[in-house]
Structure formats: C-alpha cells, structure tokens
Design a protein around this ligand. Structure first.
Ligand code: GLT
Ligand code: MN
Ligand code: MN
Length: 389
C-alpha cells in the first residue's frame, strides 16, 4: 500500500464509538458482530491510525450503570486514551434510544421528559468535558412527529430553543469552553424531524440567546436523504462561520439511512466536498459517522475505517492535482477574468454607482453567445478523479 495516504494526527480523523462499534444490526436483522468495549474500540482506532474518538454518554457508560461502575469505566477509558495517544474532540448525548424519548427529548409533549433530557445532557456535557471534548453535538433523532396532530411545530421550535438557551447558560456557568454543533436530518427514525436540514439549523441558531456558541454538524447522508447538494449546505455553514464539526459518510439519494463508508457511493461528490474543506482550510475534526457493511467481521470493520481515511487522503491529493492542473487552471482563469470585469461597479451601494449600473449599455447578445466551457472543465475534473491526470 502507498504510504502517501497514511493518516496522520494533523488530518484530525475521528470516529464515534458507535461507528466502529456498530454490530451490523438493522431493522430487519440481528447483530452480526460481537460487542466490543470502549477500551477495545480505542485500541482498534489507534491500530488503524485514527486521531480521535467521540462518544455518546451511553456509548461509554450504560444508562443504568451504578456510580462506582461508571468510575471504573472512565478510569479504564482514560488509560486507553493515554496508552494510545487518542484524543476526544467531541462528545454528545443519546437522546433517542431509550423509550422515554419515543416522542422526542427537548420537544416532547411531556415536561418530565424535557427536563430529564436536560438533566441527561448536562451530565453528558460534564462527562465530555472530563474527557477533553471541545465540541458538543446535538442530534435530535426523536425531535419530530409521525402525526402533526400531536404537536404544534411552532411550539416545538420554541421548546427546542428554550433547551438550547438553557444548555448554553449551563456551559457558561460551568466555565466550559464547549462549542455546540447542531446536526440536522430530515427523517428516520421519526416520520419527520424538525430543523430538517443544515440550512434550517443555521436559521434556528440565529434566534438563540448565544448564537456565537452554536454552529452545525452537517452529515453527508442526512442532506442526501433530503435530496440536497451537501457541499452547498456546508459552504453556507463555512460562510456563516458555523462549521464547527462535520460527519463524513456516504449515502445514495432516495434510500434508507445507509451511513456507508466515506466515498463508497459517489466519488465525485466526495471530491467536491474534500475540495471545499481543503480550499477553505477547515480546521475541525474530520469525523466519519458511518459503519461497516453488515457482511463484515472485525477485520472488515478495520477495512471500513481505513477506507474512510484513505479515500479522504486520496481525494485530497486529487484536489491538489486539480488546483495545479494547467489546463484546468487556464479554464478557471478565464472565469476569473470575467469576474474581474467592471471593477468600477464593485463594492457597496452609492447613488453614483446605482445610476451608472442603471444606465450601462450591456451587450446582452454578445455576453450570451460565448460558451463557458463547463463541459471540458467537468470532463477534466472527471479525469482527475479517475486518476488519468
Ligand atoms: C446516530 C446518528 C448520527 C448522529 C450520531 C450523534 S448518532 O448514529 O445516525 O448521524 O451523528 O448523535
Ligand atoms: Mn451523524
Ligand atoms: Mn446518519
């Protein structure tokens, strides 16, 4: 194997305990792999070359663990981190598995459930911070409905806002340096989930008391499930200064929630995503939120994890090729040249500029006649991705 594509700490490749720990069960079939302890999974991740490990509270500490059992688990986990050098950049709360959350956590109709969700999240934040996490993800897997007869969606958004505001204050009160990253998904496991896309989340964040503490954690699969161009959503987050974390995986459009290995389905979309992250110098974790096919044993899980990182690095290399390809750059240079025309009209509004733009004689026909050469640009992109350039 080419060592050029070996993961290094600077790549910030991370995996959740739930990803490499996935036992291959699905709604139609039982587990196919044996459970592995958090400590086993830390060693597995170290073996494949990951930089960090993320977890839900209950990936690490079972929901019914006694305080003394929890202490032992934490001690063992910390030792594994120390032995391997792995870090915990992100933590999150499981607000979807236990039946108490069957009608939502922060948006449940039941005040007991909403407050239990706050309690569980505050404890989970304490745990995350104890392990070194600086980003705290919120994925509201049950925050939605099957029937809108049950909840007023405006009221649900207000409940969600109240919870986020409360938890921001909690973080500030504790002196935690945590950033929150909200993760959208359109559906599954609920019929419909609130704040269904990264764009919805960005709109919601602007309504919070501490918007500066809150960003997004977009996931490839989730935006594909909504039929969207993932890179465009991520670009919006980058532009807003809100890309605090990212969940990389793959997913065919119009399918069930697949969570495939990064690049497994659509290499070209993955290429443009890596290009976006690298061109804009994204510095956060590159978190693979995916799992191995149900056909795999423990070795296959390692193949899966190595594959995610290796594909990212190969695509990063392709991005360098694209950015340094003379023919491609010539085509892009022509686009830049067009962009830089009419310098006198650039910049903010003035009455003078307004009058000049209104009066300018644009040669509509001539401008429309010239081909843009996007066919060639796209073909050359394909050839980069296919490895012949
Ligand atoms: C769950 C979900 C993911 C979320 C995780 C964080 S849990 O696996 O499918 O997309 O990121 O809660
Ligand atoms: Mn995710
Ligand atoms: Mn997912």
């Amino acid at each position: 194997m080419n060592t050029k594509f070996e993961p290094k700490p600077e790549h910030k490749f991370t995996f959740g305990l739930w990803t490499v720990g996935n036992k291959g069960n699905d709604p139609f079939g039982d587990d196919v792999r044996k459970p592995q302890s958090p400590v086993d999974l830390v060693y597995l991740l170290a073996e494949v070359g990951a930089y960090g490990v993320n977890f839900h509270d209950n990936d690490l500490i079972p929901i019914d663990a006694s305080p003394s059992a929890a202490e032992t688990i934490k001690k063992d986990f910390k030792k594994a981190l120390q032995d391997t050098g792995l870090v915990v950049p992100m933590a999150t709360t499981n607000l979807f598995y236990d039946p108490i959350f069957r009608d939502g956590a922060f948006t449940s109709n039941n005040a007991h459930v909403r407050n239990f969700a706050l309690q569980k999240t505050m404890r989970s934040m304490d745990l995350g911070v104890e392990m070194g996490a600086e980003v705290f993800v919120f994925w509201g897997g049950r925050e939605g409905t099957e029937t809108d007869a049950a909840k007023d969606p405006v009221e649900s958004i207000k409940r969600m806002r109240a919870a986020m505001n409360f938890l921001c204050e909690y973080a500030l009160d504790q002196g935690y340096k945590l950033k929150f990253a909200l993760e959208a998904k359109p559906n599954e496991p609920r019929g419909d989930l609130y704040n269904a896309t990264t764009g919805h989340m960005l709109g919601f964040i602007a309504t919070l008391d501490h918007p500066e503490m809150v960003g997004v954690n977009p996931e490839v699969a989730h935006e594909h499930m909504a039929g969207l161009n993932f890179s465009h959503g991520v670009a919006q987050a980058i532009d807003a200064g809100k890309l605090f974390h990212i969940d990389l995986n793959d997913q065919d459009f119009g399918r069930y929630d697949q969570d495939f290995r990064f690049g497994a389905v659509n290499l070209k979309r993955a290429f443009f995503l890596v290009k976006l992250l690298e061109d804009h110098s994204y510095t956060g974790s590159r978190h693979f939120d995916a799992h191995a096919y149900r056909t795999e044993d423990d070795e296959g899980v390692k193949d899966f994890a190595r594959g995610c990182m290796r594909t990212y690095l190969i695509l990063k290399d392709k991005v360098d090729r694209f950015n340094n390809d003379p023919e491609i750059q010539k085509l892009l240079g022509e686009l830049k040249r067009m962009d830089h025309e009419l310098p006198e009209f650039k910049g903010p509004y003035s009455q003078e500029k307004m009058k000049a733009i209104k009066a300018h004689p644009f040669d509509r026909k001539a401008i429309s006649e010239k081909g843009l050469r996007y066919e060639l640009l796209d073909q050359l992109t394909n050839e980069v991705v296919l490895g012949v350039r």
